[in-house]
Design a protein around this ligand. Structure first.
Ligand code: GTP
Ligand code: MG
Length: 312
């Protein structure tokens, strides 16, 4: 026993807390924006269009007494493609693995059936996990905001109202989450905010600009593959391909006289330069791959790595 005690000694301090907080909710309620605001840095792309986040992503918040590993997840929705299935699988597993569930709802609109279904999913996959209900987008509500319809979504006593963009309520949210985490060590150095590698970050930044500047089906139909990434002193060279599903979408992403692809490139390059802290040479091309959202091999190639289906 003495030996075990020395192996498992609590040398991080008895009262340090750490663990996974799964950030769950409908698409577009502000999950990624809220994580970025809590960290004071952009770790996940966020856009006004729903279904922006496609993968599990960690946002690491470190204070003197806690390390909170925020798990950003795809918004929960009814999937129509293999990509949609992948996104829902990611969200479900984040729920299962969580030490605490942070359920974000949009306070500025009445709760919908989809919100209630998320409540059911939490009951099914994380029944015994502490739950915090976060009413976000408070800045879009009336002064005399009535939260009663949102409170009916859950009987959790842990409710926080926030605005990720103002920002407001973030300290309250951290104060609410921290005591719900188990005691544990720091898993990452204090200065680390993300696990993502630069290739992934570059692809996401380019995808964010595509989503921001285009409309209709394009945001859902776009995937970005980094074909070449080279960091040299003072300059990074990146070659990226934007995949869409139809010729007509390719025309939209390129734009009249190449104007749209230029706009996407200029905005992405500016942000990449800031992130990489180097000059960036960015080349972007657009390719069509019909129905790639149901193409397992391609999805794996661009990081939507569904496990291989078992043969019956
Ligand atoms: N006014 C206001 N807008 C917000 C707030 N939080 C997020 N938004 C906006 O809501 C939109 C969606 O934000 P995201 O962070 O991408 O939402 P999400 O829940 O991560 O969405 P998915 O990844 O698609 O599931 C963006 O335009 C944000 O700027 C808020 O508190 N107030
Ligand atoms: Mg998101």
């Amino acid at each position: 026993m003495d030996e075990l005690d020395s192996i498992f000694s609590d040398d991080w301090g008895d009262d340090h807390r750490s663990g996974l907080v799964a950030v769950i909710g409908r698409p577009n309620v502000g999950k990624s924006t809220l994580i970025n605001a809590l960290l004071g840095q952009k770790v996940a792309i966020a856009t006004p269009k729903p279904q922006t986040t496609r993968q599990r992503q960690l946002g690491i918040y470190t204070s003197a007494d806690a390390q909170i590993l925020f798990v950003d997840t795809p918004g929960i929705h009814k999937p129509h493609t293999l990509l949609g299935n992948y996104m829902q699988t990611v969200a479900r597993h984040a729920l299962r693995d969580a030490d605490v569930v942070l359920w974000i709802v949009d306070a500025s609109s009445a709760p919908r059936k989809a919100d209630r279904q998320i409540g059911d999913a939490i009951g099914q996959f994380a029944r015994h996990t502490p739950l915090v209900l976060c009413l976000n987008k408070r800045d879009l509500c009336d002064k005399n905001f009535d939260d009663s319809s949102h409170l009916e979504l859950s009987d959790t006593p842990q409710v926080v109202t926030t605005s990720a963009t103002e920002p407001r309520g973030l300290e309250d949210l951290l104060d609410c989450l921290t005591p719900l985490l188990p005691f544990g060590p720091r898993y990452f150095p204090a200065e680390q905010v993300s696990e993502a590698n630069m290739r992934f970050i570059a692809a996401e930044i380019i995808r964010e600009k595509v989503i921001e500047f285009t409309s209709d089906e394009i945001p859902h139909s776009a995937a970005v593959e980094i074909e070449w990434f080279e960091e040299r002193p003072g300059i990074s060279a990146i070659e990226a391909v934007i995949y869409v599903e139809r010729e007509s979408q390719k025309g939209i992403v390129i734009g009249k006289g190449g104007r749209m692809i230029k706009r996407i490139g200029v905005a992405a390059r500016a942000e990449l330069q800031q992130t990489l802290e180097t000059d960036v040479r960015l080349e972007t091309r657009v390719k069509v791959l019909k129905n790639w959202r149901s193409n397992e091999d391609f999805m794996r190639r661009v990081g939507y790595a569904l496990p291989k289906r078992k043969k019956a």
